[in-house]
Design a protein around this ligand. Sequence first.
Ligand SMILES: C[S@@+](CC[C@H](N)C(=O)[O-])C[C@H]1O[C@@H](n2cnc3c(N)ncnc32)[C@H](O)[C@@H]1O
Length: 186
Amino acid sequence: MTGWRQKRSVMQRYNLTSHMYEERYREEQEAKYAAALDGLNLTPGSKVLDVGCGTGLFLSHITSCVDTAVGVDVSKQLLLIAKKCTKNLGNVLLVLADADHLPFKEAVFGFVFTFTVLQNMPKPEVTLKQIRKVAAMDACFVVTGLKATVSLEAFGELLDASGLLPTSLKNGDALRCHVVQCIQRQ
Ligand SMILES: C[S@@+](CC[C@H](N)C(=O)[O-])C[C@H]1O[C@@H](n2cnc3c(N)ncnc32)[C@H](O)[C@@H]1O
C-alpha cells in the first residue's frame, strides 16, 4: 500500500485527537464548506462523496438536499463521532477506507468533496486520480489545499497533473485552504 507508514501515523494522530476535532476545527471547516458550496447545484438526486469526511461535519450540512451522502475516512474514531452525529439521517453512509483505495464502483458520484485531506496523503496526485475514478464523467469536484502546506501555484499544478480543471477558486484571508471547484478534463 502506498506510503502506509505515513498513513498509519496520520490515522493514529486523528484517532487520538478525535474527541477535540470539532472544538478545534469546526469554525475553520465551516468557512470552507460555505466557499465550496457557493454556486454549486446540489439537487435531491445528487450522489455525493466526501473523502476524508472526519466527524461528518460537511455531510450533516448537505444531507437534506441530496439523495445519498457517503463519507469515507481512515480514522475509526472520527467515523464513530460521524456515526453518532448522523444516526438520524437516513441517507448518510460511512465507510472506513483509505482514500487511495476507494471501495466503490467507477463513475458513481456526481459530486465529490475533499476538505483538508491532501496534505495527509503521501501522493496527492494518486489520491486525486482515485477520486476521479469513482466520479461520473460530468461530476463536480471541490478540492482544498491547506495554504500552510501548498502554494496556490503548486496546488494548481497538482490539479492539472491529476486531470482536474478548475472552474472556481476561493482563497480569501478568512480561509485556511485554497478551495477549488473543478471538473474533469475530457
Ligand atoms: C483535517 S481533517 C478534515 C476532516 C473533514 N474533511 C472536515 O472537513 O472536517 C483530515 C481528515 O483526513 C482523514 N484522512 C487522512 N488520511 C486519510 C486517508 N489515507 N484516507 C482517508 N482519510 C484520510 C483524517 O482521518 C481526517 O478525518
